[in-house]
Design a protein around this ligand. Sequence first.
Ligand SMILES: NC(=O)c1ccc[n+]([C@@H]2O[C@H](COP(=O)([O-])OP(=O)(O)OC[C@H]3O[C@@H](n4cnc5c(N)ncnc54)[C@H](O)[C@@H]3O)[C@@H](O)[C@H]2O)c1
Ligand SMILES: O=P(O)(O)OC[C@@H](O)[C@@H](O)[C@H](O)[C@H](O)CO
Length: 539
Amino acid sequence: MFELKKKDISKQDLWQKANIVLPQFDIEKIENVTYQNPVWVHFGAGNIFRGYIAAIAQDLIERGELDRGIIAAELYDYEIIDRIYKPYDNLCLVVTSDAKGNLEKKVVASITEGLKCDKSFEADWQRLCRIFENSSLKLVTFTITEKGYNLFDLKGDYLPAVKEDIKNGPQSPKSSMGKVAALAYVRYKSGRKPVAYVSLDNCSKNGEKLQSSIVQIAKEWAKKGLVEEDFVEYLNDDSLVSFPWSMIDKIVPRPSERIKELLEKDGLENMDIICTSKNTYIAPFVNTEKAQYLVIEDSFPNGRPPLERAGVFMTDRKTVEDSERMKVQTCLNPLHTALAIFGCLLGYKTIYEEVKDEHLKRLIEKIGYDEGLKVVVDPKIINPREYIREVIEERLPNPYIPDTPQRIATDTSQKMPIRFGETIKAYTENSDLNVKSLKYIPLVIAGWLRYLMCIDDEGRVFEPSPDPLIDELKKHLEGIELGKKYEDLEERLRPILTNEVIFRVDLFKVDLAQRVVEYFKEMIQGTGAVRRTLQKYVN
Ligand SMILES: NC(=O)c1ccc[n+]([C@@H]2O[C@H](COP(=O)([O-])OP(=O)(O)OC[C@H]3O[C@@H](n4cnc5c(N)ncnc54)[C@H](O)[C@@H]3O)[C@@H](O)[C@H]2O)c1
Ligand SMILES: O=P(O)(O)OC[C@@H](O)[C@@H](O)[C@H](O)[C@H](O)CO
């Protein structure tokens, strides 16, 4: 028996027998050099970071292209550090599966520290301040989910923690963006030092989103005299501080029991999967697919590691934007969300099973090839039609990637604007297109309203995935029962369908709301009505 710990890395024969590849570098040496002169900090210590970003750093270290690791900092869910980083010496076992079931298992040791980013953890906070003061710091990356960047609630008011941060200044931040702004201020105070803040989340114009949140907080502080006006100027000076845009793509599902069992059979101890009190599903290992795409705007005022040597496309903003529109807005994520919603309603527990369902497969083909491709701009570095084909025919059906509709259904309210709203808006803005020709995106929106009833197509109650707006949204569906007729559905659903934060447009104003309501009406006609509606419209 052996453990995923530094002390056991020397037991090479055991790892070899288990077919697990070990890091090809001196872990302690990299840790020491990184401690002295850090180059790369990452916020959001979750699964994609460990399974993709940290693996890129490891690849570069092994190729001799990088001599330092990444410092992981957690803004929100500190249990990740206490239960998954510390006990395993920051090591991670990355398990990659292809569609034939071949597994590649690799220990990733490029994460040199795991820090809790909050002032209540004084030592970690001080360490982060020292890191941000260091001239060597070149890039700060983020995978903190779409909602991590939010400053405002649905009514447009500051979220409570943000309000507090604005009042108190950079000394004791509590919100995620407040903490990042405070650390940016530390760097500013240490001599206006250059750095790049790179969002790697699935949001459109993710760099702009990160920049606007940090700058907004800085402006509020400056208005109150809590920081210098020059701090805002520093943040807006792209020769000093940049917020490159990016597109990231690799399906990294929640850790799977099957992989855990396989690893235990290999003799590895303590491979338990945990769900933290903040609902992060995480384990000492990460399971993922082989396919991966990362496209980053090449704007790094203090330099950067040669990421292109690890397969990252380093390019201009337009190419990033086109790649992102292709992936997040049209060719992958909308298909994923459609499967998430209907999967929960139709009782599916895995994505690959859903893709075998002829109606669901047809639905995602229609959303991708018919409705999405019309607004896609070819990013040139990846072919959109071929990309959708790979997604539908190879990636989603991979039975060894145990992804679930329930994971993807997390935070759907936050994803709607990007995954569907942008396409609807693009149809309204393009004189060659008619927004009323959209049929399948409205079907998904109607499916989402049906999902918000938290009753599946067989009439069973289900627990919806976490979503910051779930309680508020559910209220509008309260009292609606399967099999009953309602004359006032349009009025009941109006508060959701007019919400431009959720759909980028008012669905009534663009004449799509009536279609959504019609579909919804059909979906509540009784048990089995979701399936019947789906079948009727995709055929
Ligand atoms: N997993 C994937 O397949 C995948 C693929 C492409 C992009 N992404 C992007 O990465 C994000 C994270 O995915 P993951 O697989 O690491 O998820 P995860 O659940 O494993 O981790 C989520 C991370 O975000 C942090 N977080 C959550 N809410 C936050 C908040 N309000 N403020 C700050 N941090 C917060 C968590 O603490 C955790 O570190 C996704 O939302 C998406 O934008 C994921
Ligand atoms: O990660 P999220 O929560 O933004 O979205 C869930 C999935 O659609 C997403 O993680 C995909 O797996 C990913 O975008 C593929 O690159």
